[in-house]
Design a protein around this ligand. Sequence first.
Ligand code: AMP
Length: 190
Amino acid sequence: MLNIVLFGPPGAGKGTQSEKLIASRSLIHLSTGDLFRRSIKNETNYGKKAQAYMDKGELVPDDVVICMVEEKIKNHLDGRGFIFDGFPRTINQAKALDKMLEGYHLSISGMIALEIPEEELKKRIRGRFKVSGRTDDQDEAKIENRIAVHNKETTPVANYYKSQNKFNHIDGMGSIEEVYHKIDAIISNY
Ligand code: AMP
């Protein structure tokens, strides 16, 4: 199984690149943001627990996220693997993911971090709002907060994968195709 963590701040292109990778490599897309948005729409318990945090651009508590991810993994163990998009976002989540996968004799193949300057992120998120309609993509203060939360709470996750020699990074500034080919080349070595 190929299990990839696609890492990067909001607006880095994780969702776009995940879509291309799931098509080319038949992987399961596990985006915790998408799962939460669907849960909110369907008024499930996960949605109710997540909404207030998402509205502020804060992280949803680890226990809620981990539980939801475990459910999704359990239901797709017969697949070719997962693209984790927007997860893990804390060291706690990264450790829980390792433990979860270990329980199924699986592991993370590698992490690929997309690097983008902050001004470009904001530009992309503002542009995305026109398509996504996401309220957290519209409000300038929420965008700022999400990037700040990423820098403070999520960047340490990269060190976690560095310590396991699973960290790769690429310049995320090219065209969608260019970035995709760089990611694909890394995955081919896993
Ligand atoms: P995203 O679509 O990945 O940008 O996520 C949108 C929002 O969902 C984030 O701003 C968080 O509020 C929440 N969220 C998504 N994934 C996680 C996660 N792994 N841990 C905590 N909160 C998350």
